[in-house]
Ligand binder design. Structure first.
Ligand SMILES: Cc1cc2nc3c(=O)[nH]c(=O)nc-3n(C[C@H](O)[C@H](O)[C@H](O)COP(=O)(O)O)c2cc1C
Length: 373
C-alpha cells in the first residue's frame, strides 16, 4: 500500500490545530511562506489542484498550458473500454456480458474509432504529454468489465503514466445481480490491474453504492491506492418530439460539491487510501472545503472549460489569500479538520443533519421560504 502513513494518523493532522500558529512567528519579518503542497497516490504535488479528465488533454499543447497555469497534476481524458474493443475487433470474447448486449449498445454509441482518439494515438499522446511537462500525468482507463483492455494499463505505464485512474462506469440494470456480486466484480477488476502495473491506481466511482464506506475499504484492500469521488451521472433526457432518450451534458455547479465533501469527510481516517474530489470544485473556497473534509486533492474540469485553463491561477491565488487571512501555513495543517473523526459534532454528517435541515425550513403561505440556520 502506497498510502503515506504519516498522513494517516489522526494526531498528525490534529497536532496542528487550525489558526493557532501566530502570524510571523515562523518567519521573522512577518512574511508567511504558505505551503500548498500535498501528497496524492504517493506523488508529491506542489498544490492540491489537479486537472481532471476532460477533452483539454486531447491537445498536446494543453499539457504545458495546464502546468503553466498552476495545475499540480493532470489526469488525461479516458481511453474507453469500447474504443479498445472496437480496435481489436474481438468484442465477443472481451465482453463478459455477451455479444448481443454489445450489438444493441453499438447502435447507440458514437463511432468508437472516432470517439476522442484510438488506443494507439492515446498512448502516443500520453508519452508526448508526459515529456512536455514536469508535473505528474495520470492516464485514465474507463470501463466496466475485466476484458483484454486491462492490458492497456501496462501499456499506459510503459508510455510514462505516473499513475492510473480507473473509471468504473456502469449502470447495473440486472435485477438478479446483487450489490455484493457487483462490488466483487469491481474489486476483481482492480486486483487484475494491480497485478499488471507498479504505478499507483486510483478508482473513480459514482456515489450509488449501498454502503459506500465499506466498498471504498474493499477497493483499498484490493489494491487501489486512492478513490476519486464522484463520477457525475449524466442522466439522459427525453425528447418528446422525437420520442428519443437523448444525452444531455450540463457542466457541474458548485452545489454538487456537498455530496463529495460529505463522503470525503466520512472516509478520512476510516479508509486507508488517498482521496480525490471531483465534481463541483469551481473556486478557492471549494478547494479549501475539500481539504478540510479530508481530500488530498481537488480536481477541476467544468470550471476550466467554463472560465479557461488560466482559472487555476485565480483559484490558487484565492487559496493563498484565504490562508493568509486565516493564519494557516499549510494545506497539511487544515486537511481533515472538518472530517467526521475531527468535527465536534459528528452528527452533523449523520441523521442530525437530516433532522436539523428539515427542521430549519419555514413555510410561509404566499411568501418566500425562510431558512433559519
Ligand atoms: C466534456 C467532459 C468530458 C469528460 N471526459 C471524461 C473522461 O474522459 N473520463 C473521465 O473519467 N471523466 C471525464 N469527465 C468528467 C470530469 O473528469 C469530472 O469528473 C466531472 O466533470 C466533474 O468535475 P467538475 O465538476 O470539475 O466538472 C468529463 C467531463 C466533461 C465535462
Amino acid at each position: 500500500m502506497r498510502f503515506d502513513a504519516a498522513l494517516k494518523g489522526r494526531s498528525t493532522d490534529q497536532t496542528l490545530t487550525r489558526g493557532r500558529e501566530p502570524k510571523g512567528s515562523l518567519y521573522p519579518g512577518g512574511n508567511i511562506m504558505i505551503d500548498l503542497s500535498t501528497n496524492y497516490l504517493g506523488l508529491k504535488l506542489k498544490n492540491p489542484i489537479v486537472a481532471s479528465a476532460s477533452p483539454l488533454t486531447e491537445k498536446l499543447e494543453n499539457f504545458a498550458r495546464l502546468e503553466e497555469a498552476g495545475a499540480a497534476a493532470i489526469v488525461m481524458h479516458s481511453l474507453m473500454e469500447e474504443q479498445i474493443e472496437a480496435e481489436s475487433e474481438n468484442i465477443d470474447n472481451a465482453l463478459e456480458f455477451g455479444a448481443n448486449s454489445y450489438a444493441e449498445a453499438t447502435s447507440y454509441l458514437p463511432d468508437m474509432q472516432k470517439y476522442h482518439i484510438g488506443p494507439e494515438r492515446y498512448l502516443e499522446l500520453l508519452h508526448k504529454g508526459k515529456q512536455s511537462v514536469n508535473i505528474p500525468v495520470i492516464a485514465s482507463l474507463n470501463g466496466r468489465s475485466p476484458g483484454g483492455w486491462v492490458r492497456y494499463a501496462e501499456l499506459m505505464e510503459e508510455a510514462g503514466a505516473d499513475a492510473l485512474e480507473l473509471n468504473i462506469f456502469d449502470i447495473p440494470t440486472d435485477t438478479a445481480l446483487s450489490a455484493d456480486e457487483l462490488e466483487t466484480r469491481y474489486c476483481n477488476l482492480v486486483r487484475a490491474i494491480r497485478k499488471s502495473v507498479r504505478v499507483p491506481i486510483a478508482v473513480k466511482l459514482g456515489p450509488y453504492f449501498t454502503s459506500f464506506a465499506n466498498f471504498a475499504r474493499k477497493l483499498a484492500e484490493s489494491g487501489a491506492d486512492g478513490v476519486v469521488i464522484f463520477n457525475r451521472f449524466y442522466q439522459p433526457d427525453f425528447d418528446l418530439e422525437e420520442m428519443e432518450v437523448t444525452p444531455n451534458l450540463v457542466l457541474s455547479s458548485p452545489h454538487e460539491l456537498r455530496l463529495r465533501l460529505h463522503w470525503a469527510a466520512i472516509l478520512y481516517h476510516q479508509v486507508e487510501c488517498y482521496i480525490a474530489i471531483t465534481g463541483g470544485v469551481h473556486d478557492a473556497s471549494d478547494v479549501l472545503k475539500c481539504m478540510m473534509a479530508g481530500a488530498h486533492v481537488s480536481m477541476m474540469t467544468s470550471a476550466l472549460l467554463k472560465y479557461g485553463i488560466e482559472h487555476i491561477g485565480v483559484v490558487l491565488a484565492g487559496i493563498e489569500t484565504w490562508m493568509e487571512e486565516h493564519e494557516y501555513v499549510s494545506i497539511r495543517q487544515m486537511r481533515g479538520s472538518m472530517s467526521l473523526v475531527n468535527i465536534e459534532e459528528p452528527t452533523a454528517f449523520l441523521r442530525g443533519n437530516y433532522l436539523k435541515t428539515l427542521g430549519s425550513y419555514t413555510w410561509r403561505e404566499g411568501g418566500a421560504a425562510l431558512t433559519t440556520f
